[in-house]
Write a protein that binds this ligand. Structure first.
Ligand code: PCA
Length: 328
């Protein structure tokens, strides 16, 4: 940290000539870390703690987080890190399903519906996921889940027939597909723009956690949240492999240690907050309840179809992941 500050001081001190020098120095030293979610969301808070921790412990890089899609929008982050426009970033894994089916495993309905089973699914799928990342010039640092996904709606939903024609906000290919199967009309909207989408009538319903409903104050627009517990999608934080290789071994070790801590904290925090979010939705006037049996059965049937489709798409590698998950 000390060396870092001296360098910054020197750059501004030398003045004119140093402007270009400081430009070079800053480009090499500052690692911008784009995030898609609100600064106050626990994913962003933990990423910021991770960044601060890494920055404080060595002189090579300073990681600066950029929440709410302010540097790159959610949909741009993966590509930006691949191209090293940002050396590090965070993205919702299942939003990347078009890159590889392995990325959609944690958004397959009813495959893993609580924190314990989600952790197992993560462990079972991690080697395959890391392979895809490596092929794309990226390295996984850590991954943190969202709380279980429930159904937001502006009217009571007793069966999927009630979803017919409803404008449905999707955040990944799986949620678009569910919408289509239900007869709803999917429209892709990043979390940072969810409040606006509901306010303007672009969206009337979505599957998401209490977390995003809370961040976006969805009670201002919809009245119901059904606790479906459909799946727990995860974000992942990853780094450009070339940028990673450019770091000293010491810095790499510091980052890996901070990553392991962030992951541990993230899983604990998500679980701790899952219930709190539900209470907050209810406090703000929403009806928070379990989905009725008809809706649950119908959604589970969609889950079975989607799991079978996923297995077809993911082939033997996918089957191996499911087998090792089920054996855990
Ligand atoms: N919130 C994010 C992804 C899953 C979740 O719970 C979103 O709605 O975009």
């Amino acid at each position: 940290m000390k060396k870092h500050m001296i360098r910054k001081g020197a750059a501004s001190f030398i003045g004119g000539l140093a402007i270009s020098l400081s430009g070079v120095t800053y480009a090499a030293d500052t690692w911008d870390m784009p995030l898609a979610y609100s600064a106050t969301n626990y994913h962003s808070e933990i990423a910021k703690e991770f960044a601060d921790e890494v920055s404080a412990q060595q002189d090579e890089i300073e990681i600066i987080t950029h929440p709410s899609g302010s540097l790159f929008k959610g949909g741009e982050i993966y590509g930006a890190v691949r191209r090293n426009l940002a050396p590090i970033g965070e993205r919702l894994i299942s939003a990347l399903s078009n890159e590889s089916p392995i990325y959609s495993i944690d958004a397959t309905p009813f495959l893993a519906t609580d924190f314990d089973s989600s952790w197992k699914l993560y462990q079972a799928s991690k080697p395959a996921m890391e392979k895809v990342l490596a092929r794309q010039g990226l390295k996984l640092l850590y991954s943190v889940p969202w709380p279980p996904q429930g159904l937001y709606a502006n009217k009571p939903i007793n069966s999927i027939a009630d979803m017919k024609g409803v404008k449905f906000r999707a955040y990944n290919p799986a949620t678009s597909k569910i919408a289509e199967i239900m007869g709803a009309i999917p429209t892709k909207v990043e979390a940072a723009e969810v409040a606006q989408a509901f306010a303007t009538g672009v969206a009337e319903s979505m599957l998401s956690s209490g977390s995003t409903g809370y961040d976006q104050k969805l009670w201002e627009h919809v009245k119901y949240w059904y606790d479906v517990k459909a799946w727990l999608p995860k974000n992942m934080v990853f780094v450009n492999a070339r940028a990673w290789k450019g770091l000293s071994e010491d810095t790499q070790k510091i980052i890996l240690k901070a990553s392991a801590e962030a992951e541990k904290k993230g899983w604990a925090k998500a679980e701790e907050l899952a219930n709190w979010y539900k209470v907050e939705l209810a406090k703000n006037g929403m009806t928070v309840e379990l989905a009725g049996s008809t809706l649950t059965d119908e959604l589970q049937a969609i889950g079975v179809t989607m799991t079978l489709d996923w297995l077809k798409e993911a082939g033997p590698e996918g089957k191996q992941v499911i087998d090792s998950y089920q054996a855990m």
